[in-house]
Design a binder for this molecule. Structure first.
Ligand SMILES: C[S@@+](CC[C@H](N)C(=O)[O-])C[C@H]1O[C@@H](n2cnc3c(N)ncnc32)[C@H](O)[C@@H]1O
Length: 237
């Protein structure tokens, strides 16, 4: 737990981003994302606060950028179905390994899986009511961050909502993740990149002040729990 968290560790790469990553370890990582995200990413809160109120006014088109194993998409699609609300959920990832695994594990959720860049969807003239991402911002360099913000804003248009959700870098977040995952390192998380990459993710992540400093006009940063950040562009901005 002696990691230097005074600045973003942008030079440290996550193991799952290695094109030569062991396929079985990568597959176990995608498989375990759901359990980890259920605790740290709180998809239920996202659904209740940002998605359900909009879906109650009519069918919603939702895009999850950098969807990884697609667990967030499956969770949102299941909640819409449970509430009798209509929506289309698209899981987008630039990594073909992720979209292939996610598509093969849709489990009846009915999400759409696309391997492409956000810019490709902009060029194709796509539009969404809600564009979101989870744990993607910390992967990006400064130019990529600005590009993804501009492109997701274009996809949402003036009436849509954009919510990029990520970890807030802090000593507490690092210690909690290290301690909270330690009992599972030899069982639930064994043979996956979750623990190592989770710790790297926290080191690469922004603080609220850092994200606010790079946010373009019209975007706001919200803090959440546990050690969470949201970079949001509300409709009409
Ligand atoms: C740490 S994973 C997060 C996956 C998932 N959102 C979650 O919360 O578990 C980050 C994912 O973002 C994808 N990614 C990174 N940059 C991207 C970009 N510019 N466009 C689309 N996907 C991207 C990576 O391929 C990777 O699958």
């Amino acid at each position: 737990m002696g990691a230097d968290l005074s600045a973003r560790a942008v030079g440290v790469r996550e193991l799952m981003d290695d094109p030569d990553a062991d396929p079985q370890t990568l597959e176990r990582t995608y498989r375990r994302f759901g359990a980890v995200n259920a605790v740290v990413s709180r998809p239920g809160a996202l659904y209740r606060e940002d998605i359900r109120p909009r879906a109650r006014t009519g069918p919603v088109r939702i895009l999850d950028v950098g969807a990884g194993g697609g667990d967030l998409c499956r969770a949102l699609a299941a909640r819409l179905a449970r509430d009798g609300l209509r929506g289309e959920v698209t899981a987008l990832d630039a990594d073909e390994r992720a979209t292939a695994w996610a598509a093969a594990h849709d489990g009846g959720a009915g999400a759409t899986y696309r391997c492409a860049l956000v810019a490709d969807l902009v060029r194709a003239g796509e539009a969404y009511d809600i564009v979101l991402s989870n744990h993607v911002l910390h992967h990006l360099d400064a130019a990529e961050l600005q590009d993804i913000l501009a492109d997701t804003a274009r996809l949402a248009g003036s009436a849509g909502l954009v919510v990029h959700r990520d970890i807030a870098r802090s000593r507490t977040a690092y210690a909690l993740f290290a301690l909270g995952t330690w009992p599972f390192a030899g069982n639930l998380l064994a043979g996956s990149f979750i623990r190592a990459d989770g710790l790297t993710s926290i080191r690469r992540s922004y603080t609220a002040a850092e994200l606010t400093a790079v946010a373009p006009p019209g975007w706001i940063v919200r803090r959440g729990v546990p050690s969470r950040l949201e970079l949001r562009r509300e409709p009409g901005r």
